[in-house]
Design a protein around this ligand. Structure first.
Ligand code: C5P
Ligand code: C5P
Ligand code: ZN
Length: 468
């Protein structure tokens, strides 16, 4: 982290804020995932507080089609969590706008705040929601919004590389802690500590893969019993937050021992424990308490076309909608989460049935129309429970625009040189598709019928990455 860069970032945020303050009517346009919803919520809440006339639109991807519709409305636009990759189109269509995004920009323009323009990595140093928060802060200085910024960050897995938030993300975390709305704890970094039974939390952990436990409910229960931690108390399953400190230490150290027994790289083992982020003002034992669970709740809405539900949960946390409206949204979001979990587990079952095919450097499955395109990537990540750990997993599914491809690696593979964003982009471009994302998780859209050709190209590119 450099003070100089932070100063420049803040100066630019101020300039963007000034542009926004001049406008009376603004449309916020954002992405349909946890990071996008929180970014959009921060922008909307800012504009509402300023008394501006505003509305929000969610897009699956920003392409010529969606941008033309936006251009037709002729309103000033605030793009959040997207836009930097489409500046050419935005200019061609003469859309008057500002952009706060963290994806790699195609060029530097004065109406854009993007960490990459300052030599800051947008995949772990400053996320999309924090980028938007920096502008919001110049306009209304509501530091409680740092909670949403951090939820977005975690939803984008900005903390997965080091097991904690780093760099400029950390500055924003610090603001939330100072404001007494956030707390950072050293704890096990598994999903579901607030709401899931411990054995379920362990069963659903696939990165790192826990031998004998991952994907194996009985194995998880046996593991707990073997170290004298009872999975049940007074007739109900115990959650992580119900365990005593000693029991938590017992589980954590036994997992470390287990991974050591299987000769896991030390970095993988270290990542098991790290920082977790707590929303201090939210009720204990709910999805809203833990940033990781909060962001999954948001994904369970947006990935099924219910972005408004996720948005209202965020606005409720900001206290900017009625209690009643929030309660309705939260209830709906929890239902969607249940549905999401079922879809995920059905997805993994399906892959088990159809099998994963292997090539030299990659492995893949084709879900056709039996897994929806918006979650096939998440399913692919979970399939490390049944797939080889030493190759990326590639998943195909049908979508409205052609074939959706999702790719997932492990942190370990990334450390060995795999960059899925680059590989997916290159392979897709070779056959008339488009792709991108992050080194550990990427996606693409390709023409139907080109799957074989795509696999051939991708297998070759990944092979080269392994050699380097
Ligand atoms: O959809 P999925 O979860 O597999 O996306 C993983 C990553 O790939 C995301 O960061 C997404 O923005 C990116 N992606 C992309 N181009 C696509 C599809 C996904 O850059 N056509
Ligand atoms: O579009 P965007 O960049 O926000 O997409 C990020 C997605 O990439 C997450 O929703 C997650 O599914 C995936 N991802 C992952 N593992 C990581 C980082 C990202 O599965 N370590
Ligand atoms: Zn993002």
């Amino acid at each position: 982290m450099s003070v100089e860069k932070l100063r420049n970032l803040c100066l630019k945020a101020k300039a963007i804020a000034k542009e926004i303050s001049k406008k009376e009517e603004i449309t916020v346009v954002t992405h349909v995932d946890a990071d996008g919803i929180t970014s959009g919520a921060i922008a909307l809440q800012t504009l509402k507080t300023l008394g501006k006339e505003c509305e929000i639109k969610f897009v699956k991807q920003l392409d010529e089609n969606s941008l033309e519709k936006i251009a037709d409305e002729n309103n000033f636009v605030w793009f959040t969590d997207l836009g930097s990759g489409q500046i050419d189109l935005i200019e061609k269509l003469k859309i008057e706008c500002v952009i706060t995004d963290h994806h790699i920009p195609i060029k530097k323009v004065d109406y854009q705040l993007n960490p990459h323009d300052f030599g800051i990595d947008g995949s772990y140093e400053l996320g999309g929601a924090p980028t938007t928060y920096l502008v919001s802060r110049c306009l209304i200085n509501d530091r409680t919004l740092s909670t949403l910024a951090i939820v977005g960050c975690v939803g984008d897995l900005q903390d997965s590389k080091f097991g904690m938030l780093k760099s400029y993300n950390r500055v924003i975390l610090g603001e939330g802690i100072k404001e007494n709305v956030l707390e950072k704890l050293r704890d096990i970094r598994l999903f579901g500590k607030q709401t899931r039974p411990v054995h379920k939390m362990l069963e659903y952990t696939f990165d790192p893969y826990l031998p004998g436990i991952s994907g194996n409910e009985n194995g998880a229960i046996k593991f707990m019993r073997s170290i004298n931690v009872d999975p049940v108390k007074n007739g109900s399953w115990r959650r992580w937050i119900d365990l005593s400190k000693e029991e938590k230490v017992k589980i954590t150290s036994s997992l470390v021992k287990l991974l050591m027994k299987y000769s896991y790289p030390i970095k993988t083992i270290e990542r098991l424990v790290g920082e977790v982020y707590i929303l201090k003002n939210q009720p204990e034992g709910t999805e809203l308490k833990d940033a990781m669970e909060f962001s999954t709740l948001l994904n369970a809405t947006a990935r099924y076309g219910y972005e408004e539900v996720g948005l209202n949960v965020c606005l409720g946390v900001c206290k900017s909608i009625s209690e009643r409206k929030f309660e309705v949204a939260f209830k709906k979001a929890r239902n969607l989460l249940r549905n999401h979990r079922k879809n995920l587990s059905d997805g993994v079952k399906l892959v088990n049935e159809i099998g994963i095919k292997e090539m030299d450097n990659i492995q893949y499955f084709h879900a056709q129309d039996r897994i929806i395109d918006t979650i096939v990537g998440i399913v692919a990540g979970m399939c490390y429970s049944i797939a080889k750990l030493n190759k990326p997993i590639i998943a195909f599914a049908k979508s409205d625009d052609g074939i959706k491809v999702s790719a997932r690696a492990t942190q370990n593979l990334v450390e060995r040189g795999i960059n899925l964003a680059e590989a997916m982009r290159l392979a897709a471009e070779k056959i008339g598709g488009k792709g991108g994302g992050h080194s550990i998780a990427a996606g693409a859209i390709i023409p139907e019928g080109k799957e074989e050709e795509f696999l051939f190209e991708l297998n070759k590119i990944i092979g080269v990455q392994f050699k380097k």
